[in-house]
Design a protein around this ligand. Structure first.
Ligand SMILES: Cc1cc2nc3c(=O)[nH]c(=O)nc-3n(C[C@H](O)[C@H](O)[C@H](O)COP(=O)(O)OP(=O)(O)OC[C@H]3O[C@@H](n4cnc5c(N)ncnc54)[C@H](O)[C@@H]3O)c2cc1C
Length: 361
């Protein structure tokens, strides 16, 4: 009998899962990918897109072609409800999708529930709506920009926005602010933190720490500290929470993120796998980074096929650290691994080569 495998979300892990399937065709499973759009955005190139180095098509992966090449079907829809007991997912279109096994790779929402996506408040993740919106607003940044969330992604975006402003002919007096409720780059190594802080300051990015955002109105970002920033546009890349429908699905979760075993299966509903940023893996250091999602894909696909056949599953073994190549707005990058930070002339080219190879694979 053919097992019906449903892949929800065209995230990085599902991309590499489908690429694995391309090389290892499996006739006894039927696979359907559900994603709102025909393309998935590759996050590593988004700061370069914001800075103006890459076009939208250069940072997007063609999911339709990927599905055709791997023998899977694709449906353009957005899941709004998941029922792990009846084994079905409900789409925004009103359609219901039944499955034997499902995998969820939908990433995170990078803004608090009080913020809704609008022309002047762009939620960076999910990224497809963000890159579409950036195309509309990037010519008009003269009212100032604030980035809320000072992780590596937020820092790269701050550099990218300043670069784009200069490219647009705007003076450095137009503010770019980076706001964090604690310290910026708190998850990064001390050497990377020091190097990037120095670059932010010399790159004319204002850093506002230990303060939450109270509101954004009339071109101003009001902070709990009492400061009021000039920011017509706000990019939200803060915190990162699970999609509401996933947090409310009944899967056993931690802070809304379903908890998975080393096999990437939900610990409460083993017919569902969760991968990428959407998953919580206890007792293992798995940062919410694309590198880990990419490595999960082949393990995920092999485990779904094994489960459909009643065969034993394998464990996902995350690497202990990974090479961070952090873009600096202009065509330059800083590299860090094992706490060692270097800045060399060829790093931007190396990063671009790695990123392009992934997108075009
Ligand atoms: C600016 C920035 C730069 C970054 N750079 C790097 C980097 O250089 N290296 C690195 O390792 N990490 C980087 N990251 C982190 C990286 O983006 C994430 O870790 C990675 O995208 C996680 O991939 P994922 O598989 O969880 O899914 P995602 O890439 O988040 O994709 C989720 C997919 O699910 C789809 N989806 C969402 N909701 C639904 C729904 N309801 N129904 C169906 N489909 C849905 C979306 O359209 C999307 O295609 C960066 C993050 C940011 C913000």
């Amino acid at each position: 009998m053919t097992a019906n495998l449903l892949l929800i979300g065209g995230g990085h892990a599902h991309v590499t899962a489908l690429r694995w399937l391309q090389k290892h065709p499996c006739p006894d499973v039927s696979i359907t990918l559900i994603n709102p759009r025909a393309y998935a955005v590759y996050s590593g190139m988004v700061p370069g897109f914001v800075a103006g180095h890459f076009s939208r098509s250069e940072v997007e992966i063609d999911l339709g072609r990927l599905c055709t090449d791997s023998g899977a079907d694709i449906i353009h829809d957005s899941i709004i409800d998941l029922d792990p007991i009846r084994k079905r997912a409900m789409g925004q279109s009103g359609k219901t999708y039944s499955y034997d096994l499902a995998s969820v790779d939908v990433g995170i929402v990078s803004a608090p529930p009080s913020v809704s996506d609008s022309k002047m408040d762009l939620i960076v993740k999910p990224m497809s709506p963000f890159v579409e919106a950036w195309d509309q607003v990037s010519e008009n940044l003269s009212g100032g920009v604030a980035i809320v969330g000072g992780g590596l992604g937020g820092v790269e975006l701050a550099f990218a926005v300043r670069h784009r402003m200069r490219f647009n002919g705007l003076p450095d007096t137009v503010p770019v602010s980076l706001v964090d409720q604690s310290k910026i780059l708190s998850a990064s190594s001390p050497s990377l933190r020091r190097a990037l802080r120095k670059k932010l300051t010399s790159g004319c990015v204002d850093i506002l720490e230990d303060t939450e955002v109270r509101g954004h109105y009339d071109g101003r970002l009001e902070l709990a500290s009492g400061q009021s920033l000039t920011a017509q546009l706000v990019l939200w890349t803060a915190g990162g929470r699970a999609h509401d429908w996933l947090a409310q699905s009944g899967l056993k979760a931690r802070n809304g993120f379903p908890v998975v075993a080393a096999s990437l299966q939900s610990i409460s509903h083993p017919d569902i796998f969760i991968v990428g940023d959407a998953a919580s893996i206890p007792d293992k250091h798995v940062p919410k980074a694309g590198v880990y999602a990419v490595r999960q894909g082949p393990v995920l696909m092999q485990n779904m096929i094994a489960k459909s056949r009643g065969a034993p599953l394998q464990d996902f073994a995350p690497q202990k650290d990974y090479l961070k190549l952090v873009s600096l707005g202009k065509r330059a990058a800083i590299a860090e691994k094992w706490g060692l930070t270097v800045q060399l002339p060829g790093l931007w080219d190396l990063k671009t080569w790695i990123d392009r190879s992934f997108v075009q694979d």
